[in-house]
Write a protein that binds this ligand. Structure first.
Ligand code: PLP
Length: 236
């Protein structure tokens, strides 16, 4: 066996799948109930092709131009494209037209634009509402007390389908502190479900906190470096 980049990605992907499966078993989750989103920002097209050949179909991108270039280069593939970057309100069209999913919806203005700009011939844009649970490092994400109103607004728009909630918590190493942040997201989601919203996705957990996220009910973990290795310095 050589140490080619392809081989590395195949090995990392296998290790990540094992890690997810181990966490599912450890925390009483149904095996296979936690999906992997491979976050491929700044990774070259060949890296995505390799992961695809290993059975990975869902990829997350953070930058609109890079995402468009990759979609074009990989137009012959069945990749499901997820946008996980910050949404500037003047850039909603590129998200609405180019992606299958968006995880970072956090404002009413963006919500309306995404629905208006979603092309009629495509299925509704699958959305997660990003929430700033306490301690979130970035300032993006809706505040917990805004979640209910925003979630209902998304659920009413014809061209959007609200799938659930997403969070990007502060990177802490303490397992209980990691779990506490994810539990907040889970509890917010449970309240929305009590309200009658049909939600099936909790997008939470990255390379350093995936076990805590699975323990608290994550259904989609977003992993970049754990799948592809370190990100190249510059965008490809
Ligand atoms: C980059 C990124 C990830 C993946 O991060 P890694 O540390 O590489 O696993 C997950 N979610 C979001 C929103 C990201 O921007």
């Amino acid at each position: 066996m050589t140490n080619s980049p392809d081989h590395d990605i195949a090995q990392r992907l296998a290790a990540v799948r094992q890690r997810i499966r181990t966490a599912e078993v450890a925390y009483g989750r149904q095996p296979g109930s936690v999906a992997l989103l491979a976050v491929s920002k700044r990774q070259p097209v060949e890296a995505l092709r390799t992961a695809l050949a290993e059975g990975q179909q869902a990829f997350g991108e953070n930058y609109l131009q890079e995402g468009a270039d990759k979609r074009e280069a990989l137009a012959d593939t069945p990749i499901e494209w997820h946008f996980v970057g910050a949404i500037q309100s003047n850039k909603t069209r590129a998200v609405a037209e180019g992606f299958d999913w968006v995880h970072t919806v956090d404002r009413g203005k963006t919500v309306r634009r995404l629905s208006e700009q979603r092309p009629a011939e495509r299925p509704p844009l699958q959305c997660c509402l990003q929430v700033n649970v306490s301690g979130e490092a970035s300032k993006s994400g809706a505040e917990p007390d805004q979640v209910r109103e925003l979630a209902h607004a998304i659920a009413e728009l014809p061209r959007l389908t609200l799938r659930g909630l997403m969070t990007l918590p502060e990177a802490v190493t303490d397992f209980d502190a990691q779990r506490a942040a994810f539990r907040q997201l889970h509890d917010l989601q449970a309240r929305l479900i009590d309200d009658g919203l049909n939600l099936d996705t909790l997008s939470m957990g990255m390379s350093n906190d995936l076990e805590a996220a699975v323990a608290e009910g994550a259904t989609m973990v977003r992993l970049g470096t754990a799948v592809f290795g370190p990100r190249p310095e510059k965008k490809p």
